[in-house]
Write a protein that binds this ligand. Structure first.
Ligand SMILES: Nc1ncnc2c1ncn2[C@@H]1O[C@H](COP(=O)(O)OP(=O)(O)OP(=O)(O)O)[C@@H](O)[C@H]1O
Ligand SMILES: [Mg+2]
Length: 512
């Protein structure tokens, strides 16, 4: 007897259909799985045999062969447990095959026949629809996530027995009900707000510019000046995600297993703040099979590296590729995977080891060499990729206790949304470019053309500050964003001079 059940396996953030073929033949009792099973798939054999017996079914004591087609792609994960169990039941005549037409099945099985959630169920639901399946059966805990996919009947079960009862025409399983329109329609409330930050007008403006153009930003300031506080509020002024972005971010979190129980979509932009002891695999992804790292979990949102010089140098160096390309490629023997990783990098550091270099209220105890050594822990190429360098001054007492109210995040966000709308219009039909920060050198010539007086201002700055070619391009990009915030078509001298303000480390270097 032969049974064929449709299922899927995850590769990166995409999934591909897998046919689980189960054959029960005569011969010595055995159970073999072929088709490049790895890790959890191999172990599934033991779970399935125990679960069938414990759930009151008969485990066929014959020669069992399970084939996972396509046979040449390596399969990992526990989602194939349930299809293998159903295949065994169908092949041994304990379950009718009729209910499984056009149906994809996924799920991990416990020893008692209970179903446990699997990673990547959203990607697999999308694969089910793409493969022409009309129904999906999976663990009930995955319903909120997989139920997001339209035009697919998604049903969830708690136990193997429930699945069998449903398929045999007994009690039907509950269907997923996810209102995607409502989920996307209301922005989830943020736990922090710019209203709490007193004073710091300059820093807030710089963060607004960073949010409006998708620019990376480095905050430099004394201890307690509010760098961490400011950076944490950056996601609150980023524009809301559209459905496509939310699906992509959700797929990454689903594969990584970082979705909260019951969460359907990541509709809020992520804010990831890895500790400075993070390993390079933790930051860009790794393991076997390679799982997404912090840069991918921050996709669509903010990656915040607090105390930047404390990060190990090799860890920071691996950031260079995702910062440039918006993806990370993880190559392992026989397998190369790419995960999206487009985020705004926000970093914070003290100006020197003691923290008070340049602070008017405190004497700095560091020698010039200490300061130099401290800063050189962050490599030049990384600094060059950060568009905005911002010095955060300590808030004056009067500002801290003053009665004036600060602008709430929603007001700032409205301006950011307007500037982003201009950029969407500009980059329409331009793949991979969503914001000014993503422009290539060629795009700059097209969209950041400047008039004669602005040209002169720039020439002066490049010569005086010794800007690198990349830094020069960054100034142009920031100027474009400032002009967009201003609602101006052409880049004006005031935009460029504000942009040059945001290259404070370059200015320092030139002065030294
Ligand atoms: N502008 C401000 N308005 C209101 N409170 C502030 C402001 N700046 C700082 N604070 C208060 O000071 C605390 C410390 O700020 P924060 O942790 O952001 O400092 P930091 O610059 O990150 O310091 P460190 O360099 O030590 O990490 C905040 O939690 C907040 O309570
Ligand atoms: Mg801090």
């Amino acid at each position: 007897m032969l049974a064929r059940i449709r299922s899927a396996a995850v590769l990166g953030i995409d999934a591909y259909p897998v046919d689980v073929e189960v054959d029960i033949g005569n011969g010595m009792p055995s159970f073999s799985t072929v088709g490049l099973p790895h890790g959890a798939v191999k172990e599934g054999r033991e779970r399935v045999s125990a679960a069938l017996t414990n759930a009151g079914f008969e485990f066929p004591l014959r020669r069992i062969t399970v084939n996972l087609a396509p046979a040449d792609i390596r399969k990992d994960g526990s989602a194939l447990d349930l299809p293998i169990a159903l295949g065994l039941l169908v092949a041994s005549g304990q379950l009718p095959e009729a209910g499984l037409q056009d149906t994809m099945v996924l799920g991990e099985i416990g020893l008692e026949g209970d179903l446990r959630p699997v990673r990547g169920s959203l990607s697999m639901a999308l694969a089910a629809r793409a493969a022409g399946c009309t129904r999906l059966l999976l663990p009930a805990d995955n319903l909120p996530e997989a139920g997001v996919v339209a035009e697919l009947e998604v049903r969830g079960a708690r136990t193997l027995a429930e699945v069998c009862a449903h398929l045999a025409g007994g009690k039907p399983l509950p269907e997923a009900r996810v209102d995607v329109g409502r989920l996307m329609g209301c922005r989830p409330p943020d736990s922090v707000d710019f209203v709490d930050v007193r004073g710091q007008a300059g820093a807030k403006r710089a963060l607004e510019v960073a949010a409006a153009g998708g620019h990376n930003i480095l905050l430099i300031g004394a201890p307690g000046s509010g760098k961490t506080m400011l950076a944490r509020r950056l996601p609150t002024i980023l524009p809301s995600m559209d459905l496509e972005e939310a699906l992509e971010t959700t797929r990454i979190h689903s594969v990584a297993g970082t979705l909260q129980a019951g969460q359907s979509l990541c509709a809020a932009r992520p804010f990831r703040a890895p500790h400075h002891t993070v390993s390079d695999a933790g930051l860009i992804g790794g393991g076997s099979p390679p799982r997404p790292g912090e840069v991918s979990l921050a996709h669509g949102g903010v990656l915040f590296l607090d105390e930047l010089p404390e990060f190990r140098r090799n860890v920071l160096e691996v950031l260079r590729q995702p910062l440039e390309d918006g993806v990370v490629t993880l190559s392992r023997a026989a397998l190369s995977l790419s995960y999206p990783a487009r985020f705004i990098l926000a970093a914070a550091m003290n100006p020197c080891p003691c923290g008070y270099h340049g602070d008017p209220a405190h004497a700095c105890r560091c020698g010039p060499l200490d300061v130099e050594r401290y800063r050189s822990r962050v490599s030049g190429p990384l600094l060059d990729r950060i568009d905005i360098h911002l010095e955060v001054p300590t808030v004056p007492y009067a500002d801290l206790v003053g009665l004036g109210t600060a602008e709430p995040s929603a007001v700032i966000r409205a301006r950011v949304e307007r500037a982003r709308a201009v950029q969407r219009q500009r980059f329409r039909g331009h793949r991979g470019v969503h914001a000014n920060a993503h422009m290539s050198a060629r795009d700059l010539r097209r969209w950041c053309a400047v008039s004669e007086p602005v040209e002169g201002l720039l020439r002066n700055a490049v010569n005086r500050l010794g800007l690198s070619a990349r830094a020069y391009h960054r100034v142009l990009k920031i100027a474009r964003t400032i002009a967009d915030l201003d609602g101006a078509g052409a880049i004006e001298p005031s935009h460029v001079s504000e942009a040059i303000q945001y290259r404070s480390l370059d200015r320092k270097k030139a002065a030294a």
